[in-house]
Design a protein around this ligand. Sequence first.
Ligand code: HEC
Length: 464
Amino acid sequence: MNLIELIGRFHPVLVHLPIGIFVLVIVMDGLTRFDKFTYLSASIRLILGIGILSAILSLVTGYTLSLEGINNQDLVDNHQWTAIGTTALFTIYYFLRQKLMAKRLAHTYTLLLLLVMLAWTGHQGGSLTHGEGFLTEGTLDAKTITAAPLDIKDINQALVYKDLVQYTLNQKCVQCHGSKKQKGKLRLDDLSWIKAGGKNGNLINTTDPSDGELIKRILLDDIDEHHMPPKEKTQLTDAELVIFQWWINAGASFDKSVAALSPDAKVIKALASFKAENQIQEKTIVKTREPIDKLDEQIKKRLEKMGWVVSTISLDDNHIRLIGYNIEGTINDALVAAAEISEHVIELKLSFSALKDNDLKNLNQFINLEKLWLDHTDISDNALKQVTALNNLGYLNIVNTKTTAGGVKNLMNLPNLKMIYLQGIKITTDERLALESIKTNANLYFGDSMKSVITDTIFVKKAE
Ligand code: HEC
């Protein structure tokens, strides 16, 4: 672990300091309105100053933590800017406080604004540690797949816009240009939005097709900052580019079939590759999780007392995610307690914890585990032996651990394993090649290529 990482790791602990201090300042400031508490006024400036210093430290540690890049970058960016904004506001308040105190109403609104900003920043940070969207970039959520399965028997009958163009937009653009986010004031999830265009107006120029904003963006050089999709995201394939160009040059109709737009030889070839590239989806295995009863409240409380963060996977699924960021006592004890409800647990996160190999002795009881985070801990190959029993495991993160190629090799036979994140572990180029040549479904992510993987297992709730 290098110094930068070490500094970054203090962030989740340190942030509680400015939050606590700022809340205290707001409360004290409010209380000074009452005669009984006017004496508090004298100390607020000092406390506020300390709060600002601790906020700046949190910004620095947060920034270094973000360099590890293990979170959703968009969420991190948002969090970063709100945090900077909040710190700036408190700093301005520090200097203007005296003046504001005289104007009661303005002072009240300022305090409310500060409180809202603080809560917002804290909430964003919380979403990052508690895993909303954590490392799910590049995987499609079940909804996207089920809403738009590629179902083309005869490519000539396919509708160019709906089956090819919109299908591609859904996979590669809509996460930033859809109902949740509208980067560049643009939505691409439906033809009415596409016709409406974005910040710079029309997307498609029917009189001069090569001049439309959409085609220009996707054809720009990869490294141009205006290139779409942004360079760190899954790019359009050559076949998709050919199909987009063909569709736009032919007038960007929203209802014509492939045959009606008479594809030439180049396009026919692209259509064939497009079909092949997306064939994976036709093999999609739909796997059902057995429904499970709601977790007993008593047990939940007991686990939370030990430091576990316990949350259910979704509103209609009682399986749970356990996060052991702040376990009191040994992790082994915490896992023994958690094993009591092992069937409930499908996600287990022990990242950045004091985890040791011996702590995982009963990991094999967590038979339903689908995702496991052991990253940034001292575990070695011995710990990975316990992982080999987890037949449902699809995702494993062992970034920055003492594991080696030997340990990873033993995992490659796990039937459902799709993804192992292992950057930062000691593996030679030869070992890496040997691992990559093993024929399995598991993809290895070494941190140097941004290829993202379409999951081919989706879990849906079994009808009760
Ligand atoms: C990771 C997020 C992200 C993804 C994925 C993404 N974009 Fe964008 N897009 C942006 C951002 C941010 C902007 C605004 C900045 C800019 O104009 O470059 C933008 C702007 C645009 C614009 C310009 C809108 C206007 O009128 O100014 C177009 C067109 C566009 N994107 C098309 C696409 C297409 C097509 C895809 C998929 C092939 C795509 N984008 C995927 C983030 C994304």
